[in-house]
Write a protein that binds this ligand. Structure first.
Ligand SMILES: [Zn+2]
Length: 142
């Protein structure tokens, strides 16, 4: 596994993560994750040591749902503390982009399903913990 982009804050190790908000009308693309952390989530992942955020965004979207990002804008950037991962960090600096994508959906082994969900539907799903926080901060769910 490639080394991850990290920093050490007074609250401990921080990883960098990118996420992709992909809209179709008023619906948002969510994957049902097949590997921990489980739950419904937007395509997302760690930024590797030598990557910039845009590189990581394009790579993660391609890996998880098979689609190409051709446009993006920054929506959210914030460090979430007490947001654990299975690679040893308790904190993540999240950079979330709204993305335009093209190509056919093709999920990898980390993904059970790919779908587009309304805000009402999202509010009833079991979300992966960090996306429960991020989607609230973006006011996509209450
Ligand atoms: Zn991490």
């Amino acid at each position: 596994m490639a080394a991850l982009k990290t920093l050490y804050s007074p609250k401990g190790l921080v990883h960098f993560s990118v996420g992709a908000i992909i809209k179709k009308g008023d619906r948002i693309l969510l994957i049902d994750r097949a590997v921990p952390p489980l739950g419904f989530a937007c395509p997302a992942g760690h930024v590797e040591h030598k990557e910039n955020f845009e590189d990581a965004l394009l790579r993660e979207v391609k890996e998880e749902i098979g689609m190409q990002v051709f446009g993006y804008k920054l929506l959210f950037e914030e460090t979430l503390y007490g947001n654990d991962c299975n690679k040893g960090a308790h904190n993540h600096h999240w950079i979330v982009f709204e993305c335009e994508v093209r190509g056919d959906e093709r999920k990898n082994r980390e993904v059970k399903t790919i779908g587009y969900y309304s805000k009402e539907e999202i509010s009833k799903l079991k979300l992966e913990p960090s996306w429960n926080i991020i989607l609230k901060k973006l006011k996509i769910i209450n």
